[in-house]
Design a protein around this ligand. Structure first.
Ligand code: NAI
Ligand code: MG
Length: 495
């Protein structure tokens, strides 16, 4: 029986209410406990999510462990075809998933949520096509011994995802893990449990039972036991540095590999010879103003040559002022809401700190006029000028619509400022000079460097940072081979 898209997200939530998905079935949590999930745009409860605990984790991991044996026995291309088929089936649900994620995350449907839903489907199609690349090597070891390597699945993978781009971040973990012959247990983020649960429900039409399971719940109560479970052989995590460290320590106890995609404070360098129109577009897109800046790759430190600085600030302010804040489900809306009160308070706290430390605040756009929305979790985008490198807003990840603008004189000074960060996820440079561009790509300390553009995660491009931004790569063939398989060495004596 095929699942039909449900375009009204308010009608869809009750179908997913208070359930995990384990071994192909929507099931209630063993404890019977559930927690409220809110529409951040109105503050109203939209439904309840199952509050997973160690017993639910155990059930899901057991199902995944049993299913993984048969799954790994299938020819690689057969697994790949099924994963690609998931992508095709999900394509028919893009509108539905876009609306549901807009409802639970507060991200605007037109500018963000619908886009995320379509990239999700594309990731499954992309990874599905890579199954034949799970190749080993022959090794010239000894002429009398045939020596070769194979790529083996690791077993049950635990995937812990955040709320900012849950569909995409789930896809870049689940798709390569499945294609490589693993089974997966996902722990969704507490604010956004429904859309990822829906995705897994849709995928059950194609995948064998137990290969993909999903739990909702809180970090310590559900994420913790998943990382610690003895049968989870690999963990892939995206979220905060603080939680990343907890996950890494727990994984170290078991000596299992982890992939960690943590925060960022990514620089954008605008040289004196930059195309200003392109750079302004790049700053609006790169800073993810339409996602309220809730992005690990946000270009939150914008370094502008002193000759362009004032013109840049004026034009950027005009552009951000023109963005419309409002109901995330309204097609007119460019900018939706912050995910929850805690994040809103964190962002507002940083805005206060920025002013207290002496930076100049420019508050842009306007809160929604609609009375039912205006007291909610909307935060007006802020640009700070006169920022000093040691200001807290210049060093710490704010994860909100707050950009710091710095002035520089020389290329060396710009590079030094750009690399003066604990993070190293992404960086961009805007210039029309080839030599400057090439030197910058070599010298910028980041996992993802772009010249005159600011793309987000793309299928086939390795994505992941250095320094506190994390460990390991995602979204590429390399990520599948290195992070979801282990290499086995085999020697056959021919004598
Ligand atoms: P978080 O890192 O605490 O949460 C991310 C995921 O980890 C969620 O699914 C959560 O339930 C889980 N988790 C939390 N504690 C855990 C534990 N002890 N064991 C296992 N899993 C656990 O992030 P949070 O609290 O939502 O946001 C705090 C800050 O983290 C943000 O302000 C932002 O700076 C950063 N962040 C970075 C993201 C990125 O894309 N790199 C995404 C989300 C947040
Ligand atoms: Mg947390």
């Amino acid at each position: 029986m095929s699942i039909r898209p449900v375009l009204d997200p308010f009608a869809l939530v009750p179908e997913l209410d208070s359930r995990h998905l384990i071994n192909g079935e929507l099931v209630a949590p063993i404890s019977g406990k559930c927690f409220d999930v809110f529409n951040p745009a109105t503050g109203k409860v939209i439904g309840k999510a199952a509050e997973g605990n160690a017993r639910d984790v155990d059930l899901a991991v057991m199902a995944a462990k049993i299913a993984q044996k048969d799954w790994a026995e299938r020819p690689a291309r057969e697994r790949g075809k099924l994963v690609a088929e998931c992508g095709r089936v999900l394509t028919a649900h893009v509108e539905e998933l876009g609306r549901l994620i807009a409802l639970e995350s507060g991200k605007a449907l037109r500018t963000e949520s619908r886009v995320e839903a379509s990239v999700l489907a594309d990731m499954f199609v992309f990874f599905g096509g890579l199954a034949s690349e799970l190749k080993g090597e022959t090794v010239p070891f000894n002429p009398n011994m045939m020596t070769l390597t194979t790529r083996e699945p690791v077993g049950v993978v635990g995937a812990i995802i955040p709320w900012n781009v849950p569909l995409l971040l789930m896809a870049i973990k689940v798709a390569p893990a499945l294609v490589a012959g693993n089974s997966v247990v996902v722990k969704s983020a507490e604010d956004t449990p429904f859309t990822v649960l829906r995705v897994c429900q849709i995928m059950q039409q194609v995948l064998p039972k137990g290969v993909l399971n999903i739990l909702s719940g809180f970090g310590p109560g559900c994420g913790g036991p998943l990382v610690e479970h003895k049968d989870v052989k690999k963990v892939s995590f995206t979220g905060s540095v603080e939680t990343g460290r907890i996950v890494y320590r727990a994984a170290a106890e078991k000596l299992i590999p982890v992939t960690l995609e943590l925060g960022g404070k990514s620089p954008m360098i605008v040289m004196a010879d930059a195309d200003l129109d392109k750079a302004i577009n790049g700053a609006v897109g790169g800073m993810r103003f339409t996602r309220q800046g809730q992005s690990c790759t946000a270009s939150s430190r914008i370094l502008v040559h002193e000759s362009l600085h004032d013109a840049f600030v004026t034009r950027l302010k005009d552009r951000v002022n023109a963005l419309k804040m409002g109901d995330p489900l309204d097609e007119e809306t460019d900018i939706g809401t912050i995910i929850n009160r805690k994040q809103r308070d964190k962002i507002c706290g940083y805005i206060d700190i920025g002013e207290q430390q002496g930076a100049t605040k420019h508050e842009l756009s306007a809160l929604p006029a609609n009375d039912s929305l205006k007291d909610r979790l909307f935060v007006r985008p802020v640009i700070f000028t006169d920022v000093k490198p040691d200001h807290r807003i210049a060093r710490e990840e704010i994860f909100g619509p707050v950009a710091c603008i710095f002035k520089f004189k020389t290329f060396e000074e710009a590079l030094e400022l750009a690399n003066d960060s604990d993070f190293g996820l992404a960086a961009t440079i805007w210039t029309t000079d080839l030599k400057t561009a090439l030197q910058a790509t070599k010298r910028l300390d980041a996992g993802f460097v772009q010249v005159n553009q600011n793309l987000v995660v793309q299928p086939n491009l390795s994505y992941g940072g250095v320094k506190l931004s994390g460990l390991g790569k995602e979204a590429s063939l390399e990520s599948m081979l290195e992070h979801y398989t282990h290499k086995k060495t085999i020697i056959l004596n021919m004598e």
